[in-house]
Design a protein around this ligand. Structure first.
Ligand code: GLN
Length: 219
């Protein structure tokens, strides 16, 4: 099972992602942002960080990197799954691959702490093998306040992946992560790769990556 981690100038969670994906049983390669061919990966992972220094808005410049056109085709042609974490989630919304937008935290401060999230839609490859009802996963962001005009659309179509138990940033409906309509893209603000071992917390983050690997294997 092969995962490709996209690296932009300013990405800083790529090594943690590699470590966690290997823990979950993936073979891992890096994909530099000007790469135009991502055919061979079962999972494309867009990690966190500060792509292009978060200039303009987090993710607003990264969406123009050549690799993002290929990610669009990858999603459209159902070649595998895409997981965007934090800055990865911001890039996916900026690129229009996920609905809504990540705006500044309601406190206007960078927040770095562990949060509990409830698993909302369990019928997707990303979540169907998660055994727990809620997971403890760290957040670290300044622009994690998720907003969408048509919140009901997300609810009615089961596009909400995770909700915060105790909303840290002002996100509408306590949203911590969402899916696209084909359920082959997940974006989430918490960092599962930062809690992939019991010694890093309780290992809850690995549940998500293991669920993805198992679902891909059973396809
Ligand atoms: N952890 C990350 O991915 C960095 C956060 C992000 N660019 C922000 O501050 O909103």
């Amino acid at each position: 099972m092969k995962a490709g981690i996209i690296v932009f100038p300013g990405t800083n969670c790529d090594r943690d992602a590699e470590f966690a994906l290997k823990m979950a049983g993936f073979d891992v390669e890096y994909i530099w942002h000007d790469f135009e061919n991502i055919k061979k990966y079962n999972l494309v992972f867009i990690p966190g960080g500060f792509s292009y220094g978060d200039y303009l808005r987090a993710g607003a410049l990264a969406k123009f990197s050549p690799v993002m056109k290929e990610v669009e085709r990858y999603v459209e042609e159902d070649r595998g799954l895409v997981l965007g974490i934090c800055n990865g989630f911001q890039i996916l919304t900026e690129a229009g691959l996920l609905k809504g937008a990540l705006t500044k935290n309601k406190t206007l401060k960078f927040i770095c702490k562990d949060v509990d999230v409830k698993v909302i839609n369990k019928e997707t490859p990303f979540a169907k093998h998660i055994k727990k009802e809620s997971l403890t996963i760290p957040i670290a962001h300044a622009e994690g306040n998720y907003y969408i005009e048509d919140y009901d659309y997300l609810k009615e179509n089961n596009l909400i992946a995770f909700e915060y138990v105790d909303n840290p940033n002002g996100s509408i409906g306590n949203i911590a992560g969402i899916y696209n309509e084909k359920f082959n893209v997940l974006g989430m603000m918490p960092h599962p790769e930062r809690n992939s071992l019991k010694t890093l917390g309780n290992g809850d983050g690995l549940e998500i990556l293991l669920s993805i690997r198992r679902a891909l294997e059973n396809e």
